[in-house]
Design a protein around this ligand. Sequence first.
Ligand code: ATP
Ligand code: MG
Length: 308
Amino acid sequence: MKTPAYHDIATRYRVTIGTRFRLASIQPNDAWGASFKADADELISDSVKRLSDLQERLYAQDRWSILLIFQAMDAAGKDGTIKHVMSGVNPQGCEVHSFKSPSSEELDHDFLWRNSRVLPRRGHIGIFNRSYYEETLVVRVHQSILARQQLPPALVTKNIWRERYDDINAYERYLSRQGVVIRKFFLHVSKEEQRLRFLKRLEEADKHWKFSLADVGERAHFADYMRAYEDTIRHTSTTWAPWHVIPADRKWFTRLAVAATIVDTIESLDPRFPSADPKVKAELNKVKAALEAEVKAAKAKTVRASKK
Ligand code: ATP
Ligand code: MG
């Protein structure tokens, strides 16, 4: 099979209109990806290189910022994907933030507060390893967490999830109008593959640290999580902040599909190095001529000295 262009990979898993979205329509081991495995290494390293160049332009242009949100079940490969895909990127223009269970200070604020404080500045790429989407995922699956949020009881009605979707959509629209380009990735791993990866973590001593008993507890709620993901994706897929549901049973494919999507997104912005205005250019030429004259003079001095 002919290797597809990044744009094809990016669009295949993109959800912009969620109303009819069904999680079952994208298989965690989607066979389409497997058909071009032979070119995967080359494609991944090419996309990492392209990303490095695109990031430099994005940074120099200083107009747009990119917010990449990663959500997934445990062991779906969030950390590995982030590490691989961003491996060629200059750390000065890229920040990764992980969102864990909120602190008491964070719980004392609205749920978007802690995310808003660390949004990427212009020219930067920001990565959220988990995000405010936990508010319609873990909080929905374990509603006891909602009680800890100390919301006024009158505001906690049966509409709360719908309201959170509305608020998230409005927030993302606002950000997009501020030049924040948002892409959201759900790394879709199957329950079977998760079991294999957990077993591997338990078998290899170097991987024990990655394993937590809480992960097994969450695994027992796998089906509830899948319902919460489906509902979230259905209600928060928009043209300004689409979800990408990435098959995650094969690690190499997850990396490739995510890298392709990010390259495609930044390429579509066509970031360019700013060209200096004519006055500045003339000044720069003068400075260049002066520096060149200095080099020439220094060389002449060395020649004279060596003749003495
Ligand atoms: P890794 O396991 O690879 O280190 P992780 O993202 O799973 O990465 P953990 O510390 O294991 O990190 O888990 C973070 C936990 O915090 C998750 O169970 C997640 O659901 C929870 N969490 C994140 N945001 C919220 C939130 N707003 N409310 C409640 N729990 C949250
Ligand atoms: Mg974890």
